[in-house]
Design a protein around this ligand. Structure first.
Ligand code: SF4
Length: 158
């Protein structure tokens, strides 16, 4: 079956979107309405670029030079089935995968957790904005390292 996923953008190199230098794929669409959303231009589903996942993998392989990728948004988990297919294919190819989601960890399905190396959770809350944290915009957000089913929270204080 030819799966597709709706994409919003690509950042080749970032030090701010998870541990190490990473490429970032932004997925289109987020039904939340966080005040101060830094990606408000990509919140509407249907306004992005629908890509076949195999073609997207080819694109990632041609652009991501160190095998470290972060899937951000938008809200990646709102494209759950397509996201799972994308992550499975990236995992088979040996990518180090980080997912940024506004969902809390308890809501993230096992089928996603088992495919990631890192996951950042929690919506952006403008009143809790904290510029001293790495990878997160507000202090309610968390980053977890996932290793063989073991989930460990990371300190984000720089
Ligand atoms: S979850 Fe993220 S993308 Fe969605 S509205 Fe909030 S800040 Fe914006």
């Amino acid at each position: 079956m030819n799966h597709t996923i709706e994409c919003a953008g690509w950042l080749e190199n970032s030090c701010d979107d998870g541990p190490g230098m990473r490429s970032v794929l932004f997925l289109q669409g987020c039904s939340k309405n966080c005040s101060g959303c830094h990606n408000s231009g990509i919140k509407e589903h249907g306004k992005g670029t629908e890509m076949e996942i195999d073609a997207l993998i080819n694109f990632i392989e041609s652009k991501c030079c160190n095998g470290k990728i972060t899937i951000s948004g938008g809200e990646p988990l709102e494209q759950m089935d397509s996201l799972a297919v994308l992550l499975e294919k990236l995992k088979v190819k040996g990518y180090n995968i980080c997912v940024y989601t506004g969902w809390e960890l308890e809501k993230v399905p096992e089928k996603i957790l088992k495919l990631v190396d890192y996951i950042k959770t929690g919506s952006f809350i403008i009143n809790l904005r904290n510029s001293y944290m790495q990878y997160a915009g507000s202090s309610n957000q968390h980053m977890f390292a996932v290793n063989n089913g073991k989930i460990k929270e990371m300190s984000l204080l720089a």
